[in-house]
Write a protein that binds this ligand. Structure first.
Ligand code: ASP
Length: 437
């Protein structure tokens, strides 16, 4: 058994956290590849090192003095180095190089990536295993997307030579030969890429929560954690706002069927959540989780005999595409169709879209309604259970919530409910109480 272990920023924010991580790694010999983030917040008022780096980059780009900011970042690392008692280890030379590059030719991605790079060096020294610079093994294409072919080949070869290693998260090498980062939170993606290229058995992603929760803890008190979730269910829930893992982190491991185990560095005995392709584990509840977002808009279009007009939907959707607006859902009736969009994206272009629909599809009427919240009720268990939608509607009716829209795809993996923004919390609680707690 071989595992990749990725640790998030809060797991590596201080020497004390580093020690917990060290204990986790040494307690299991199968934890062979380590992917660290940059030091995160030590408490709620603290600043992440990545944010400090982005700030010093800004200061340097404005031609201002950076010495105080560099010293503050250096102090964060020195506190960790001293706390770990790493005698003879220093990052002085690295800091000199970073300061020089900022003074001569400041590069945003290079600067931001140093948080992981430096933390990786400390980790390698602390664990006494090799350090592999991500810029030598992870490559991007011209369009900014990952060069999967080259990365798999180079990283795979490097890992084959090193049975254990530290690979810092968040960056790689751009097509122009310069360091390039993923989007924020991208160390999760690095972990997934290392897991895939190293063909390991498990990708453990260590963070500060014990996995995915069945509902948003800001709405539901103490929601149950999810033990097993499939990649597809996760995608549905993350899309609707449940966030623990970077969205793109699923794809590399999913391709080769490596499960992800979300774990809590502060409570390592918790089993966390398993994200898997498919599972025979019986679910405790019919649904796996609930997530939702506010502020959607519906565009309701009606036209007599719409059902027999071939190409009507395409023409309507053309108006949205022409204005570069992505469409979320499309519930339809015989002579009506509704297009659900993000309010923020739609607002400024609404009149253009409406005139576009009139011009392209000549409907009888168009009505817009804003302030809609969407709630996704997700669960692979719904496929074999009857009455889920019925129970859901009853629960909402009993809570006094009017359902504005309901949409269930034939995959039976999720039911999307549209309610008024002001009913969002009440509806979420009612659904949770009905199916889980
Ligand atoms: N340190 C980076 C960030 O704060 C990347 C990561 O932690 O995954 O976004």
């Amino acid at each position: 058994m071989r595992k990749v272990v990725k640790f998030g920023g809060s797991s590596l924010a201080s020497a004390e956290q580093f020690k917990k991580v060290g204990a986790i790694i040494s307690s299991d010999a199968s934890r062979v590849y380590v992917v660290p983030s940059a030091p995160g917040k030590r408490d709620s008022k603290d600043t992440k090192v990545t944010d400090m780096l982005l700030h010093v980059y800004k200061t340097a780009s404005e031609g201002k003095d950076i010495s105080a900011e560099i010293e503050a970042i250096k102090a964060r690392y020195n506190e960790i180095i001293t706390g770990l008692g790493l005698e003879g280890f220093t990052l002085d030379q690295d800091f000199e190089e970073i300061a020089n590059s900022l003074k001569t030719e400041p590069e945003k991605d290079y600067t931001a990536s140093r948080g992981e790079y430096l933390n990786g060096k400390i980790m390698a020294a602390y664990l006494n295993i090799p350090f592999i610079d991500a810029k030598d093994v992870i490559f991007f294409n011209e369009d900014g997307k990952l060069n999967t072919y080259k990365t798999e080949k180079m990283l795979g070869a490097k890992l084959a030579e090193n049975p254990r290693a530290v690979v810092p998260g968040f960056y790689g090498m751009g097509k122009n030969g310069k360091v390039k980062t993923f989007s924020r939170g991208g160390s999760d993606v690095t972990g997934s890429i290392v897991a895939q290229a190293g063909r390991v058995d498990v990708y453990e992603n260590w963070t500060d929560v014990s996995g995915f929760l069945t509902a948003d803890p800001r709405i539901v008190d103490n929601p149950e954690p999810i033990k097993y979730i499939t990649y597809r269910e996760l995608r549905e829930l993350s899309y609707m706002g449940a966030s623990v893992l970077h969205e793109d982190a699923i794809f590399p491991v999913r391709q080769v069927g490596i499960p992800i185990n979300i774990r809590n560095t502060n409570i390592p005995t918790d089993e966390g959540t398993w994200i898997v392709e498919s599972t025979a584990h019986k679910q405790e509840h019919v649904i796996t989780g609930i997530a939702g977002k506010k502020d959607f808009c519906t565009v309701f279009i009606s036209k007599a005999m719409m059902n027999s007009e071939i190409g009507f939907c395409r023409k309507v959707l053309q108006a949205f595409e022409d204005n570069n607006i992505s469409v979320e859902h499309l519930p339809s009736g015989i002579d009506t169709m509704t297009v659900v969009v993000h309010e923020e994206e739609f607002m400024e272009k609404e009149q253009k879209v409406i005139s576009g629909i009139h011009r392209l599809a000549a409907p009888d009427s168009i009505e817009i309604e804003s302030g809609l919240a969407l709630i996704a009720v997700v669960g692979r268990g719904m496929r074999s259970a009857s009455g889920t939608a019925g129970k859901l509607c009853t629960a909402l009716a009993q809570a006094g919530v009017n359902i504005k829209m309901i949409d269930q795809g034939s995959s039976e993996l999720n039911i999307i409910i549209g309610v008024r923004n002001r009913d969002f919390e009440v509806a979420t609680k009612a659904i949770y109480a009905c199916f889980i707690g």
